[in-house]
Ligand binder design. Structure first.
Ligand code: DCP
Length: 634
């Protein structure tokens, strides 16, 4: 369930930037003849001309919608250009769009903390940049305002079109504005400058929302599209929220939103104002009640995370209608391909960014032969991620079999799979520039030695009943994640309630005193520290919306994607190591085969302190991290 974050005392300036018809713009840059033409990008699929995943604004003018298939789009707009998503390994290859998104992120990140929320969306914290502008060069002359800033839409300003630009210029320069509005005006100018730079350097247009928090910025960024920005002064927040349907709000797309509608008769965010905080807490618990009370007033303390790289990697494929997979061999064939791509992506993330993924999750959509209308879902399954294509393929197949076993509930019946995806999540940085392990272990901050949980003394955990193949398999993910599907669609994962509880039970074992360097240990302690963070914010972690709980999920649902949640942005898990959260690590648990897959400098460190002759233990590991170093199974 959602939890209110403490708000900062100081006013912030937050922007949400969203590219316009993004995949279409990428294709238009590749083929400029498509510019200004009705165009749509179509997913790889020969059924009824394939599904549309991005539609140009010209095509939208003819009534073409993303929910259509190519054939229908042609009927509605005979002149439409349909461009196929590039294909690799028999499925969509989104690399082109990913790197185009990265080009934009690199520009946007130049002005402040930047969080890449999806392939084409970014949050920016421009507070410092706005403060600096206010100090150094405050906007005071309406005539000198950048034209792009003068075209801003400012909520609450008179909507008289002929006077709009004049009013905006005056608003941005008001000498009598309060400090909050002055900062916001600077934020609007900075975002306009950034958008101009994005256009000049990448040829892409984008739209943006500028407000005092992420929630409001996100709500308005798509209000005036394409290529426009919208500003939310504090004075217009109440009027604005009064008309926003509850289901449009992040985290209210699912059951919570439905309950607000059905149980409290709340249709818009404004309707929430008639309930006291106590009443909302009574109905939904203390945390969610407070959160609801606050969002009704436009209050949200959620911070912009400093993250330019994706939070997870996902590869998926849908198998609609007659293409459904009906036996293990065909599932294995496709899973192998998906895992191969996933493996390449995490390997290149490791090589280029020194980031390591810890959790592998399999999602599928399935139906039983005799129960076409069953509401039972194929359970998502997770396990510790082992690097190496073969291992990922092997583990993914085991996760599939485990999920299928649960899905079938011991019934001996035929089944079919209409979508499959694999996700690598819980990605952590390996610190670059290594320092001594000893320094880490004996350093002033490490009163206790670093440690990793060891399973030898782990009490039996009922949630590991899934562990039919000798490795811990969790239902659902331990971390919200954003994934991109074969057909270009994104969905996000939901946190498993069990995960942090399971980790809580692990017991530590001492690290032998070793000489060497500490990247890996730091990395490991970072992961563990993140678990502690999770424990602290358990309620938040477990609160991410479930299947079909927001418009994003609904959209994925419509398009036959195994939507696991809805939140395009997600909570942070990359906490720094902390001495008080120190834990033990048993070097004997490290699988030499896994070490070979790590970057050379990390390999050297580990080789410096592992005992090469030691046979890897085959005991079951209790934590994701120790299991990362689990011995390879044949
Ligand atoms: N995408 C997809 N499938 C979806 C939603 C999106 O493949 N169900 C891909 C194609 C989009 C890109 O992600 O171009 C960005 O999605 P947006 O929702 O931001 O939509 P667009 O950028 O296409 O259009 P808009 O200008 O309305 O934001």
């Amino acid at each position: 369930m959602p939890v209110a974050r403490p708000e900062s005392q100081e006013p912030r300036v937050i922007a949400h930037v969203d590219m316009d018809c993004f995949y279409v713009q990428v294709e238009q840059r590749r083929n400029p003849a498509l510019r200004g033409q009705p165009t749509a990008v179509v997913q790889y699929n020969d059924w009824k001309g394939g599904g549309l995943i991005a539609v140009s604004y010209e095509a939208r003018g003819f009534g073409v919608k993303r929910s259509m298939r190519g054939d229908e789009a042609k009927r509605v707009c005979p002149g439409i250009n349909l461009v196929q998503v590039p294909v690799a390994r028999g499925k969509a290859d989104l690399n082109l769009y990913r790197s185009a998104g990265s080009e934009v992120v690199a520009i946007l990140a130049s002005k402040g903390k930047c969080e890449r929320a999806s392939i084409d969306e970014v949050y920016l914290d421009l507070t410092d940049a706005a403060k600096e502008m206010l100090l150094q060069a405050p906007p005071d002359s309406p005539e000198e305002i950048l034209i792009e800033a003068a075209k801003s839409n400012i909520l609450g300003l008179p909507s008289d079109a002929s006077e709009k630009e004049k009013n905006v210029r005056a608003w941005l320069c008001r000498p009598d504005a309060d400090y909050e509005d002055k900062l916001l005006a600077c934020g609007a100018i900075i975002v306009a400058q950034l958008r101009v730079r994005v256009l000049e350097e990448t040829q892409f247009t984008c739209s943006a929302g500028i407000a005092h928090n992420k929630m409001l910025a996100k709500l308005v960024s798509g209000m005036h599209k394409p290529a426009q920005q919208t500003v939310v002064p504090s004075s217009s927040v109440q009027d604005f929220l009064a008309s926003i349907p509850v289901k449009k709000m992040k985290q209210l797309g699912g059951k919570l939103g439905s309950s607000l509608q059905d149980d409290l008769g709340v249709e818009t965010i404004g309707d929430l104002l008639s309930f006291t905080e106590e009443k909302l807490q009574e109905q939904y618990g203390v945390n969610t009640g407070t959160w609801l009370w606050k969002i009704a007033r436009g209050i949200s303390g959620e911070e912009v995370e400093d993250r330019l790289l994706p939070k997870s990697h996902g590869c998926g494929k849908t198998f609609p209608g007659p293409k459904a997979l009906k036996n293990s061999a065909s599932v294995k064939g496709w899973l192998d391909q998906l895992c191969e791509e996933l493996s390449e992506r995490i390997q290149s993330d490791l090589n280029q960014n020194k980031r390591i993924a810890q959790t592998l999750t399999l999602h599928a959509r399935a139906s039983k032969e005799n129960e076409r209308d069953s509401t039972k879902k194929f359970p998502s399954k997770s396990c510790p991620l082992r690097y190496g294509t073969g291992k990922i393929q092997e583990d993914a197949m085991k996760l599939f079999q485990s999920g299928l076993h649960d899905f079938l509930e011991s019934q001996n019946t035929g089944w079919s799979i209409t979508s499959l995806s694999v996700t690598a999540s819980k990605i952590y940085d390996i610190p670059s520039g290594t320092s001594s392990i000893l320094r880490y272990i004996k350093g002033p901050s490490s009163a206790a030695s670093p440690a990793i949980p060891d399973s030898s003394s782990v009490p039996e955990d009922p949630s590991l009943d899934n562990n039919v193949y000798g490795m811990p398999i969790h239902e659902e993910q331990c971390e919200p994640s954003i994934s991109e599907q074969e057909d270009g669609k994104r969905y996000s994962g939901i946190s498993a309630k069990q995960c942090s509880a399971n980790e809580e039970k692990r017991i530590s074992k001492k690290l032998p005193e070793v000489k060497g360097t500490s990247s890996i240990l730091k990395f490991l302690s970072r992961g563990q520290s993140a678990l502690h963070e999770k424990r602290k914010s358990n309620e938040l972690i477990c609160s991410h919306p479930g299947p079909g709980s927001s418009s994003e999920a609904n959209r994925a649902e419509e398009l036959n994607v195994p939507a696991q949640g809805a939140d395009r942005s997600s909570t942070s898990s990359g906490a720094e190591p902390s001495g008080s959260n120190a834990w033990m690590f048993n070097v004997e648990d490290i699988d030499p085969a896994v070490v070979k897959e790590l970057p050379p400098e990390i390999q050297r460190e580990i080789q410096g302190w592992t005992r090469p002759s030691k046979q890897p233990s085959t005991k079951r590991r209790g934590s994701t991290i120790s299991s990362y170093f689990q011995p390879a199974r044949s």
